[in-house]
Design a protein. Structure first.
Length: 348
């Protein structure tokens, strides 16, 4: 397993990161531990979670994933082998994130509350990476409306200076080592880097969706990631499972996430099926597993620090790990780009 530097930190993380949001609903604790064991055995040292998880978010399972990971860390004694990342929720009206149903915001008080909960559930006294799960300001999120922009700033948004200021305090206190963004725009990254010039911690990563049917990160953010060394932690390399082909033509296989939870609207847009069929045809032509081709493409991008994979079984995880053996040659990349030219970003 190759390793890449996280930002400018000197901290080396595996090019594949294990995502864990299924632990606690689709996966039992035992199944989650089996995945963590397999990941560690294959050289993965980077684990990503969030206070929000498991998915879909519910009051009954809030924090469940962190608890499962914490129990694994305690049982295996493996904390010093792991680069551990978690996230604090952005603005949200869901009543279970904060005491007394208070609206979740990225204020200093609420960030401290969230971090203490994550540390307690994970059974650790520090996080290697603490990420803002999404901004406090109102922007298009998770593919809604097919855009990343909805309105100008609201008067009541928590300023990034204030949010990053408390994260700097937490770094100084030793509770977090580094700070990252997630579901963020180019403006948000630029603003965060500007805050660092005034003493805020310098963000080291941005966790956004990136896959063959959503390459919008390449428009603006990729150059920033490379020039500023704020690398992409790419989530949904399989487009929430849609790139496997299992949902083509409206199929809903038993036990699949969209079948269970009906949360796949981001990937149920015009042109998605046509694009997926084109990529699958290319995989057949090249003698490749389409799942491994999709994952290998994401890992191969120069602006990607780590590719966050997720599975609901060790069998699925083994297939995903096998993507490390797929080389994206210049010839193969040209064929992928030719498909992208025709089917550009149907699921932003």
């Amino acid at each position: 397993m190759q390793k890449r530097e996280l930002g400018r930190t000197g901290l080396m993380v595996s090019e594949i990161c294990l995502g864990t949001m299924t632990f606690g609903q689709q996966n039992t604790e035992a199944e989650g531990h089996a995945q963590l064991d397999m990941a560690l055995a294959h050289g993965i040292n980077f684990i990503d979670t969030a206070e929000l998880y498991s998915i879909p978010p519910r009051a009954e399972t809030y924090g469940a994933t962190e608890t499962i990971i914490g129990n694994w860390l305690k049982a295996r004694g493996s904390r010093d082998q792991i680069v551990l990342a978690s996230k604090v929720v952005g603005r949200s009206a869901s009543p279970w994130f904060r005491p007394d149903g208070e609206e979740a915001r990225l204020t200093p008080r609420q960030i401290r509350y969230a971090l203490e909960g994550s540390l307690r559930r994970l059974g650790t006294d520090y996080l290697d990476l603490y990420q803002l799960h999404w901004p406090d300001r109102k922007i298009g999120l998770f593919g809604e409306g097919g855009t990343t922009f909805t309105a100008l700033a609201d008067a009541d948004e928590v300023p990034l200076e204030e949010t990053l200021g408390v994260l700097g305090d937490l770094v100084a206190e030793g509770k977090i080592r580094h700070v990252g963004l997630s579901n963020e725009t180019a403006w948000g990254v630029a603003k965060s880097l500007a805050c660092a010039k005034d003493g805020a911690p310098r963000v080291v990563s941005i966790q956004n969706a990136y896959n063959l049917i959503n390459r919008t990160f390449e428009i603006g953010l990729a150059e920033m990631a490379l020039r500023e060394k704020v690398g992409l932690l790419a989530y949904s390399p399989l487009a929430q499972g849609y790139l496997t082909g299992k949902y083509l033509d409206g199929a809903r296989p038993a036990g699949a996430r969209t079948t269970l939870f009906d949360r796949g609207q981001r990937y149920q847009k015009p042109g998605v099926d046509d694009a997926i069929k084109a990529y699958h045809a290319l995989a057949r032509e090249e003698g490749l597993d389409p799942i491994q081709l999709a994952v290998a493409f994401v890992t191969s991008r120069p602006f990607v620090t780590s590719n966050i994979i997720g599975a609901t079984s060790t069998e699925q995880l083994a297939t995903l790990l096998g993507a490390s053996d797929v080389a994206i040659t210049p010839e193969l990349e040209a064929k992928l780009n030719a498909i992208h030219q025709v089917h550009s970003n149907p699921a932003p």
